[in-house]
Design a protein around this ligand. Structure first.
Ligand code: HH2
Length: 250
């Protein structure tokens, strides 16, 4: 899943694809590099991000979704029902939902749905994340939401541990280390580690531009543990790593 942030303020590529033409060109490039899904988002959910007005978010994503949907599966990265509906009308077939609350919309529209775990809300979620047992707590939450979605009639339900969303470095590492437990719950697992700040803390690289190797390494780890999809900014090197893994495993 290639990330396409049509935003001025995303943490690693804010502003680069804010112009719709630049966004579509980048989406097409990611398809050429081997992305199976392009994830279009119009609101940054990085720590400290300020929420975006829903009409503005819809305006950012709809034309980009419509331009890419004939060429690739498009998901819409949103927490807002109106944006999800508009993106589905424009051709998106997957709702990537960091709030894990939009399953009724996915059911109504007959599309797939990703439930991502987040503790708190983006403006303050990194202030003091706390869990009794991060792996158990996240699994319980995701299985509960995913089961509700299935019961509501959503056929394609994904779960995502929400790396970096209300989590310390240690929480992120525990979730990655025990990813196979989440896989064992039976829902296809999506994981997004790409360029996230915990990687910089681990490698000692301060800049977000220096996180490629760590991003590819953690994506490969996630796939090897049974994740069915990884959400990444750097599609070409991740696809190469995934192909190599496949060759080793088969
Ligand atoms: N991470 C981000 C956004 N959406 N969706 C899922 N399912 N999983 C993730 O880990 C995830 C996500 C944050 O990354 P990015 O889109 O690059 O940044 P921003 O939120 O600043 O736009």
């Amino acid at each position: 899943m290639g990330v396409l942030n049509v935003t001025p303020d995303s943490f690693s590529d804010g502003g680069r694809w804010f112009d719709p033409q630049a966004a579509v060109a980048h989406g097409l490039r990611m398809i050429a590099e081997g992305a199976d899904v392009v994830d279009v988002g119009g609101e940054s959910t990085r720590p400290g991000a300020v929420p975006v007005d829903e009409a503005e978010e819809r305006r950012r994503v709809v034309d980009v979704v419509a331009a890419l949907a004939p060429h690739v599966r498009v998901s819409v990265d949103t927490r807002h029902a109106g944006v999800a509906r508009a993106a589905v009308d424009a051709g998106a077939t997957l709702v990537n939902d960091v709030s894990a609350s939009l399953w009724p919309v996915a059911a109504e529209c007959g599309v797939g749905w990703v439930a991502m775990h987040m503790q708190g809300e983006p403006p303050t979620m990194q202030a003091a994340p706390h869990y009794d047992d991060v792996v158990a707590d996240v699994r319980r939450y995701l299985v509960e939401r995913a089961s509700a979605a299935r019961q509501a009639g959503v056929e394609e339900v994904w779960v995502d541990p929400g790396i970096g969303f209300g989590k310390t470095v240690d929480h992120n590492l525990r979730l990655l280390r025990r990813l196979s437990d989440l896989v064992a719950d039976g829902f296809p697992v999506l994981v997004g580690t790409s360029r996230k700040s915990f990687l910089g803390r681990l490698t000692g690289d301060a800049s977000v531009d220096d996180r490629l190797e760590a991003s590819v390494a953690t994506a490969a780890w996630a796939l090897a543990q049974g994740a069915a999809m990884v959400r990444v900014h750097d599609v070409a090197p991740t696809v190469e790593a995934a192909r190599l893994l496949k060759a080793v495993a088969s």
